[in-house]
Design a protein around this ligand. Structure first.
Ligand SMILES: NC(=O)c1ccc[n+]([C@@H]2O[C@H](COP(=O)([O-])OP(=O)(O)OC[C@H]3O[C@@H](n4cnc5c(N)ncnc54)[C@H](OP(=O)(O)O)[C@@H]3O)[C@@H](O)[C@H]2O)c1
Length: 189
């Protein structure tokens, strides 16, 4: 069983916690009190993008060695017309640089809280995209998501750039690597 610590219990934190629990895993909610210890090996930062810097400052050492999941959409909330990260960067790559001893993933940011909770988008099953540089970390999170009855996960290669190349969908699990690029195939179950 995996313990997933979730910082932030708003719309997204609650929906992700529901998926974790539905899979028989443990969701541990962490609030703003930095005295509350993080026990999970996977830590989801279900907070607004500006809060990432606070969490790194308060909990950077505690997050060492853990899988840290960035779900933020780094919008400029003053204008709602641009992002606050550079065009050739990403929130997750900045977080990875700030947490060099953690395994940083990007996930859930393309889902709405409601479609995570419902596990469907209209007639279709919800798909969770997971990007990151650490293969074991991506697969660990994908297993938790799949166990929670969100059957479609697409495991993407990197967090260093904003866009990742989608690869061919396959029905096999775990996703296999493409021989020419090392890219995981997207997995559709
Ligand atoms: N809502 C969506 O459908 C959606 C979809 C995709 C991505 N996202 C992303 O998901 C993230 C969370 O969105 P949300 O809709 O769940 O927001 P939300 O409902 O407003 O919840 C935010 C949570 O973060 C907590 N928080 C804020 N600053 C914190 C800090 N410094 N330390 C610890 N906890 C802190 C808040 O705690 P308090 O209650 O104490 O303020 C609250 O529990 C955002 O980055 C958003 O861009 C949201």
């Amino acid at each position: 069983m995996t313990t997933v610590s979730i910082i932030g219990n708003g719309s997204m934190g609650t929906a992700i916690g529901g998926i974790v629990a539905a899979g028989g895993n443990t969701a541990e909610f962490i609030g703003r009190d930095s005295a509350q210890q993080i026990t999970g090996d996977i830590v989801v930062l279900a907070v607004p993008h500006p809060a990432l810097a606070d969490i790194v400052a308060q909990r950077g050492a505690e997050l060492s060695g853990k899988v840290v999941v960035d779900i933020t959409n780094p919008l400029d909330f003053t204008t709602f017309d641009s992002l606050v990260v550079p065009a050739d960067g990403s929130a997750a790559s900045e977080l990875a640089a700030a947490l060099p001893d953690s395994k940083v993933l990007k996930a859930f940011n393309t889902n709405f809280a409601a479609t995570l909770a419902a596990k469907t988008v209209g007639q279709n099953p919800t798909t969770v995209l997971i990007a990151g540089d650490d293969d074991d970390a991506k697969l660990a999170l994908a297993e938790v998501v799949r166990a929670g009855a969100v059957p479609r996960c697409a495991v993407l290669r990197r967090v260093r750039r904003r866009t990742s190349v989608w690869s061919e969908a396959t029905d096999s699990w775990p996703p296999t690597r493409q021989p020419h690029s090392g890219e995981f195939r997207a997995c559709r179950r």
